[in-house]
Design a protein around this ligand. Structure first.
Ligand code: AMP
Ligand code: GLY
Length: 424
């Protein structure tokens, strides 16, 4: 199969690597990054420009386009590719509102009877204050629009909660959900879904779940402590009712429904929906996938998941640890020279997933963003995979590099932000 992956991050690198595993695979990516270049042919494209992406896909004659990040999906890039007659894995702009607008996704959840936090949509300071008082502390205030993982404030400080609400045009104020967080990726064909193995993402910048939220500093899968039927339960109570509701609204959802869950004392509750795979949380999941990713995503893009068997996963576990540049998450540092990634290229159980890297004019690998790269390892269990990932981290360096030392250290996953008493 000839495929084209749109995007530049760690998610796209992990996707491209998995797609490239199929014996008959020919993988292209645009714009890509230096890591993706090792497994795919790179092309220049504006990922936000649907016409540009569709023209590239047509010129290359690909069988499948996979649009990685949320911004192009929300902008309608998948619609443009499909309009050109090419199979595309990723939701329409209309369906991508499940991530693009928190108010929209809460409305769909309510209509579909999906278990989630009680919430209020607020546009004025008075409304926000009333909502905070109705729900009580800890306070959760979410920017309504896309905010690259930084639009959410969880705090016991009412003034801080109010200040965040005032800084956003429209916010969702919601009930605090207490319990371990889980990422579940459902591959959807518009009417049905197949779940991948659950993962857990460490979202705060510092060890022990302290400091500001980030896009994710590390992840692991599977979750030995989670109920074995968690994926099936979430498909039945969350994913299928959501797909049915989207069909009812004449806007079927085709692509990844990323269900961010809190496993509360009352059962799984949805924290958020995203319309694409999570990064880095999808990295360990894909490392363990033994069935063909290309066939799975193509079947979904063709609207018929029943054409392929359910995805299968290797025994054992995978852990991924992110290295971020100086200043992240408030800012990032570019142009810092990265050394040591070549050493890991010979390892079979460990790989380097590039996110914010570029080649400088003289060919050196340098930092180009907040989350720079991740070291991903597969092992016999979480502890083994974790040890290998940290051995890998120790061989890589760049000025100002920061990473957490406690990714997957606690299999019970004391949760980032969801357990303020223990964590903050
Ligand atoms: P989101 O962008 O919705 O994923 O939120 C970012 C992070 O904020 C989540 O990963 C949680 O750690 C935290 N969070 C969001 N909503 C809630 C909630 N209702 N209760 C507790 N924590 C939350
Ligand atoms: N790792 C969280 C996300 O991709 O949104």
């Amino acid at each position: 199969m000839k495929s084209l992956v749109i995007g530049t991050g760690g998610r796209e690198h992990a996707l491209a690597r998995s797609l490239a595993r199929d014996p008959d695979a020919e993988v292209h990516a645009a714009p890509g990054n230096p890591g993706i270049a090792e497994v795919a042919s790179l092309h220049d494209v504006d990922p936000m420009d649907g016409a540009d992406v569709a023209a590239l896909a047509t010129r290359l004659g690909v069988d499948l386009v996979v649009v990685g990040p949320e911004a192009p999906l929300v902008a309608g890039v998948a619609d443009a590719v499909r309009a050109a007659g090419i199979a595309c894995y990723g939701p329409s702009w209309e369906a991508a509102r499940l991530e693009g607008s928190k108010a929209f996704s809460k409305d769909v959840m309510a209509a579909a009877g999906v278990p989630t936090a009680r919430s209020f949509v607020c546009t004025t300071p008075d409304e926000a204050a009333a909502a905070l008082d109705a729900l009580g502390a800890p306070y959760v205030v979410k920017d309504d629009g896309l905010a690259a993982g930084k639009g959410v404030v969880v705090t016991t400080d009412r003034d801080e909660a109010l200040a965040h609400a005032a800084a956003c045009e429209r916010v969702v104020v919601e009930e605090f959900l207490d319990g371990p967080e889980v990422s579940l990726f459902a591959v959807c064909d518009g009417t049905t879904a197949r779940a991948l193995q659950p993962a857990q993402d460490f979202k705060r910048i510092f060890d022990g779940g302290r400091g500001p939220n980030t896009g994710g500093m590390g992840a692991y899968s599977p979750l030995p402590w989670a109920p074995p039927d968690l994926a099936e339960q979430v498909l039945a109570t969350v994913v299928q009712p959501t797909l049915d509701e989207m069909v009812r609204r004449e806007s079927p959802f085709l692509g990844t429904l990323y269900v961010g869950l809190a496993l509360t004392a009352d059962g799984p509750r949805v924290i958020e929906f995203n319309c694409r795979f999570g990064d880095p949380d999808v990295q360990p999941v894909l490392a363990l996938l033994t069935s063909s990713l290309g066939d799975l995503l193509k079947a979904a893009a063709d609207g018929d998941l029943s054409a392929v068997p359910p995805p299968t996963f290797a025994d054992g576990a995978s852990v991924t640890v992110v290295m971020a540049s100086a200043g992240y998450p408030e800012s990032s540092s570019t142009g810092d020279v990265i050394v040591g990634t070549e050493t890991l290229a010979v390892e079979t159980d460990v790989d380097v997933i590039h996110a914010g890297t570029v080649r400088s004019d003289d060919g050196r690998l340098v930092t180009a963003g907040g989350r720079v790269l991740a070291v991903r390892a597969v092992g016999s269990d979480v502890a083994d995979a974790r040890a290998k990932a940290y051995e890998g981290i120790n061989t890589i360096s760049f000025p100002g590099a920061q990473w957490r030392r406690d990714i997957a250290a606690e299999p019970l996953g004391v949760v980032e932000g969801a357990s303020l008493t223990q964590e903050n």
